[in-house]
Design a protein around this ligand. Sequence first.
Ligand code: NZQ
Ligand code: ZN
Length: 384
Amino acid sequence: MANTTVHNPIKMVVGVGSVEKVGEEAALLGKRALIVIGGSSAKKTGLLDSVSADLKANGVDVSVFEGITPNPRSSTVDEAAKMAAEKNIDLIVGLGGGSVMDASKAIRLAYSSGEPVFDFHMGVADAKTVQPKAALLLVSTMAATGSEFNNWCVITNWETHEKRAINPPIYFPSTSIVDPALTLSMPLPQVAKGGVDIFLHVMENYIMHTGGAPLADAIREAIMKTAVDALSVAVKDTNNIEARTSLCWTSSLACSQTITLGGGAGWRPIHLIEHPISGVFDISHGDGLAALLPAWLEQNMEARGDRIAKMAKNVFGADSEPIAAVEKWLDEVGMKMNLRQLGVTEDKFEQMAQNALDTSRGLLAKNLVHNSVESIAALYKAAY
Ligand code: NZQ
Ligand code: ZN
């Protein structure tokens, strides 16, 4: 059983209607806020207007930075940090999915340090010593990454197409608001991509974990099963708020330290192998994961067949043919796909495989399978 350190200093405000607390929570953290949003959803749904009004009603000044894209770019983050400095802000409020939440974390770091954010993601500068100049409040509008309940942040340098994740303390939000009703406006394909991401955050850890930790296994099986069942309901009954609430809870827990409770450890090889795909081809993270999943399971059967079988039995109720059970679920929620359909081209397989190795901090090189350019490129090929 792995030794575990748990430190997750985030105030979570969760539940239907909890977005109404945003002004009150913001006022506890700062006086001059920069609200960060993506392309258009926060405007279309009226969220930007209502949050701005609530902040102002609670005595918080508001500036807005819009235009964070999916697979957020370091250049956009640096631009927003300049605006934060011009306005001398003391609070960043991110309203959106994983991309906006990650970008908000990164803006906090770039603003506080005065340095280009990608220097930290490359390890050229050290984020651990940077003192925050602004608090960070996140309002999650998607169930997917769990960025609201962790200190991970994934940023892409669009010049080099390197997508890199780091998790320094400054990337812990001060407060996060998770209101499942905000997720009802998500387009259906986005709901399914998010559900696959939630499932894989736990499944990869679960399958890579060896050494026995019954409580951690039980926690992780419960999160996976809840997410899998809730997604099956949410794609059919699109206004089912209970299913959306379950997806939100599992989203927050799945990519947090919760899944290490009970002595669980593990890591996420599919994620490391997916990031170069979305970093080069700008596809959705959830699509990339879904395309890799069946082939990854297939190629891990020899090394980790016992863990794959246990997952399939306890999550999908499958006594045999574990991969078929996972594929059936992917099909049912509209996520059975391959890399070719997503527009990925074979000429980039080696470059992406090398990039996965380079950005994995040595984890992939020590792996039993998918530990070299050849083996990772072979996985891309099988998922093609
Ligand atoms: O940009 P807008 O207009 O807001 O539209 C977004 C975007 O087009 C839209 N959207 C979000 N909430 C909505 C909504 N549309 C309607 N109603 C709503 N309530 O959805 C689209 C996708 O959003 P995005 O934030 O890109 O999706 P996701 O949450 O999947 O985030 C993906 C990013 O997070 C990273 C991924 O690599 C990727 O860059 N990850 C972050 C992690 C973390 N910080 O812990 C872990 C993950 O494994 C992941 O790597
Ligand atoms: Zn993910």
